[in-house]
Structures are given as structure tokens and as C-alpha cells.
Design a protein around this ligand. Structure first.
Ligand SMILES: Nc1ncnc2c1ncn2[C@@H]1O[C@H](COP(=O)(O)OP(=O)(O)OP(=O)(O)O)[C@@H](O)[C@H]1O
Length: 242
């Protein structure tokens, strides 16, 4: 990373679909170098918000800017529910895909190092079809880390995984993404309470943002931490009350 991770400011952001406002006059500051977790009912607009931050969609009104005044373009990594690995490329070449697409010299040693960090040192020559869902998501995480972007946007990246693999991925992501500006969308209150420095609930139409209490302690928090479990129950209550 060349510049330190920026905060991201949404200023008066509005978005309409089919003539109805999904977001209206939304102001929000996403903290620099911290993990912000976004929760909310299906269809409230979480992915639309993330896509606008990523520059994949334009706000109908308002603007989204980095706190350092520099463009966000080229500083964002994306990780979604689908790993989008190329089936014909082996694991190490999937990790270096971005370099290949940009015409930049790939760095296989760095890719292998990152695969070691995510626990796949012995699978570098495997094809995606030979991997489990959890292993594939670890490759996707290594690919995001290879890109070394200061801002990482994650749209339900672990939701398709079984609960044990999901807990392991949360540990890994919490450790490996520390210090970056991360926005994570999840429907899982436990995941939110384990990973969030800041927790936000998106609700209503047009949607508004409500901060939620975060349990104490550094990320990733333990799955059986009583404060995490109590916060999880509180988050679920808030979501049920929406
Ligand atoms: N390109 C589009 N054109 C029209 N409507 C859209 C478009 N993208 C999203 N929508 C609508 O906007 C609303 C919010 O969608 P969005 O995917 O942002 O919600 P979400 O909170 O991420 O939902 P989920 O949790 O189910 O993924 C939905 O009603 C959806 O149908």
C-alpha cells in the first residue's frame, strides 16, 4: 500500500430504483483502517451502497469521497459470496489474476507466501474444482490480499460456508485485513459481533443507518466470548424489531 487507508465519506447520497428512493440524503463516514460491518434486512440496499462505494454504480445524488482527497478508483479490493475463480487456472495463477489482467509482471513468490498465510501452501498447483468451498474462499482472500488495496469491500463473503469453515474464515479475515478500511456486509449477527470495529444497521425505505453497540476487545473476537454472545443476541433483537 502506498497511501495509508483512507476514511470514506458519503455526502448526501441518494439512489432511486423504479422511481422509488432506496437511499435519500445519506451521510456516513466509514472509518479509516477499521472494519465496518453493515447489517440489514434483505432488499434494504446494502449491496447497492457497496457497489456505489466501489464505483460499480453511480449515486443518483450526492457523492462518495476518500478522506485524503485522492480518487478511490484503483484503491479498492472486492470479495463477494462467489469466489469467481477461473476454473482452468491453478490456485497460484488465480491469485495473480489481477496482475495478468493489468499486464503487470506476476510475483509468484508473493502469491505463494499469501497462500501459505491462508493455509494453502500445499495446494498452489491445484485447480479450483479440486478444492472445497472454504478452500476456494481462502484463495479468493489471498487474491484480494495480493492486490494489496487499502480499501476492501466484502459482500457476504462467507455466507455459503458451513459454520465451522465460516468461523475459521472470520478468524483469518479479521487477522489478515487488520489496518485496512474494510466494509463487510453480513446477515450473520455472530459474524458481525466477532469482526466489527463499527457495526451499522441499515433499515427502512428510504434506508437510514443506525449504529449498534460493539463488544469490547480486538478483532477477531472469540466465538464463545460472553460479550460477543450477548451482543449477538442484542443485534438479533434489533433486527427482529425492524
Ligand atoms: N440495478 C437495479 N435495478 C433495479 N432495482 C434494483 C437494482 N439493484 C437493486 N435493485 C433493488 O434495490 C433494492 C435493494 O437491493 P440490494 O441488493 O442493494 O439489497 P440488499 O440489502 O443488499 O439485499 P440482500 O441482503 O438480499 O442482498 C432491491 O429491492 C432490489 O431489487
Amino acid at each position: 500500500m502506498t497511501l495509508p487507508p483512507p476514511a470514506i465519506r458519503l455526502e448526501g447520497v441518494g439512489l432511486d430504483f423504479g422511481g422509488a428512493p432506496l437511499l435519500r440524503d445519506m451521510d456516513l463516514c466509514i472509518e479509516a483502517g477499521r472494519m465496518t460491518v453493515l447489517l440489514g434486512a434483505s432488499g434494504v440496499g446494502k449491496t447497492s451502497l457497496l457497489r456505489m462505494i466501489a464505483g460499480l454504480a453511480r449515486p443518483g445524488r450526492g457523492r462518495i469521497v476518500a478522506s485524503d482527497g485522492q480518487p478511490l478508483v484503483g484503491r479498492i479490493g472486492w470479495m463477494g459470496q462467489q469466489d469467481l475463480l477461473l476454473p482452468w487456472a491453478d490456485v497460484v495463477h488465480n491469485v495473480m489474476l489481477g496482475a495478468r489482467l493489468r499486464g503487470v509482471r506476476p510475483e509468484p513468490e508473493r502469491a505463494r507466501h499469501l497462500l501459505g498465510c491462508v493455509g494453502l501452501a500445499d495446494r498452489t498447483t491445484a485447480r479450483p474444482a479440486a478444492l472445497s468451498g472454504g478452500q476456494r474462499q481462502r484463495v479468493a482472500l489471498a487474491r484480494v490480499l495480493y492486490e494489496d488495496r487499502p480499501v476492501i469491500l466484502m459482500d457476504e463473503p462467507f455466507s455459503a460456508l458451513d459454520s465451522i469453515t465460516r468461523a475459521r474464515m472470520q478468524d483469518l479475515a479479521g487477522r489478515m485485513l487488520a489496518g485496512r478500511t474494510v466494509v463487510l456486509i453480513t446477515h450473520d449477527p455472530l459474524e458481525a459481533c466477532r469482526l466489527a470495529d463499527t457495526m451499522l444497521l441499515m433499515a427502512g425505505l428510504p434506508a437510514t443507518i443506525h449504529p449498534l453497540d460493539v463488544p469490547p476487545g480486538p478483532v477477531p473476537r472469540m466465538v464463545d466470548d460472553p460479550a460477543v454472545l450477548a451482543a449477538q443476541a442484542g443485534v438479533l433483537r434489533r433486527m427482529l424489531a425492524q
